[in-house]
Write a protein of this length. Structure first.
Length: 334
């Protein structure tokens, strides 16, 4: 075993359901970039998760490629990391089925995201929506993942993956690595700009609630200028100031300034100035990502070579785990 093989393994993914939000970037993607120099990382575009709610097939294809381009544009190296499309590695679906038989109905019923999503899509509460966390567990367990960089909203799903891994190991002996979540201390939960008590979600119907990574600068500015705050006119990070806390968090990440530095910078100035400064800092943070994504989307052949090559790399690792799992559960070798 060489040094490279002993590095910890990182797995994470984003759904190509619509455009990617500032929440996805700050909560997840940004941290993936830091991890690529330290760990062996797999970053997946989870298109199979996306179809748990109805998607337009043409748009889903476009969004999948756009998300892969965006991964690269954010600074992820497609040679150093394994960056691929989930449906290209069928072992995800295969392991998901097996893990279904080690996951309890009651456990899945307790998932808050299922409750939220089934309320939101009451006309389409399909089995995939219910089973979604098991596919996520399969994604993670397939690669002996040690660390999973995610936002706060995925914590419960990660807990489930850990429980399923432990249960399977308990029955069949040590098979899966039990993964740990990595949730950033700052930015693990970016809130809606229109309702700061709610998570910023890319499926929000109010366009002013979300900043998208590929939004035009003028739209980003407009959204920040309209951001809901409070009536105190004091830029200070403390309880009861959800809107300002959220803007301070975003500004801190975009500029590297601490909360105290931000409070000093805007002492005695109104929220108007502050919102403009936050908007401008986000425009500058996202500008190179947007430009690079647009450029990459003009090279579909390059993107195709990336996802094809990387699906092969992922399949080799996935198959190693599957051979072990099939044997453990008692399937006859092909
Ligand atoms: P998804 O596509 O909803 O979100 C992608 C990542 O973005 C994080 N995130 C946020 N972080 C901070 N603030 C927010 N407002 C915010 N909104 C979203 C999410 O926590 C996530 O890390 N089930 C996953 C995708 C997935 C996955 C996996 C992740 C499938 N398989 C295996 C990790 C490992 C999801 O729907 O993420």
């Amino acid at each position: 075993m060489d040094n490279n093989e002993r590095k910890k393994i990182v797995f994470s993914g984003v759904q190509p359901s619509g455009s990617i939000s500032l929440g996805n970037y700050i909560g997840a993607l940004r941290n993936w970039v830091d991890m690529q120099d330290i760990y062996n990382c797999l970053y997946c575009v989870v298109d199979m998760h996306a179809i748990t709610v109805r998607q337009d097939p043409k748009k889903l294809r476009e969004q999948t490629l756009s998300l892969l381009a965006l991964y690269i544009a954010c600074g992820l190296d497609p040679v150093k990391n394994i960056m691929y499309i989930q449906s290209h590695v069928p072992q995800h679906a295969e392991l998901s089925w097996i893990l279904n038989c080690y996951t309890m109905f009651g456990e899945l019923s307790r998932m808050t995201q299922f409750k939220d999503k089934s309320a939101k899509h009451a006309d389409n509460v399909n089995a995939g929506l219910f089973d979604y966390p098991v596919l996520m567990a399969a994604d993670i367990l397939l690669y002996k993942t040690d660390l999973v960089p995610i936002g706060h909203d995925q914590k419960q799903h990660l807990e489930l993956a850990r429980n399923v891994a432990e249960r399977f190991n308990g029955v069949h002996g040590n098979t899966f690595t039990v993964p740990e979540p990595f949730i950033p201390k700052v930015g693990g939960r970016i809130m809606s700009l229109a309702d700061p008590e709610k998570k910023m979600s890319k499926s929000d119907e109010n366009p002013n609630a979300i900043v998208l990574l590929l939004d035009k600068p003028e739209d980003i500015m407009k959204k920040f200028k309209r951001a809901v705050t409070d009536s105190e006119a004091v830029v200070e990070y403390r309880e009861g100031k959800a809107g300002i806390n959220n803007l301070m968090t975003i500004y801190s990440i975009a500029t590297g300034k601490t909360m105290d530095e931000i409070a000093n910078e805007f002492a005695g100035r109104g929220y108007g100035d502050f919102k403009v400064a936050v908007g401008e800092s986000v425009v500058e943070m996202l500008r190179p990502i947007r430009e690079k994504t647009e450029e990459l989307l003009k090279s579909p052949d390059y993107l195709e070579s990336i996802y094809k090559e990387n699906a092969l790399r992922a399949s080799v690792l996935a198959e190693r785990t599957m051979e072990k799992v099939r044997k453990k559960v008692g399937f006859v070798k092909k």
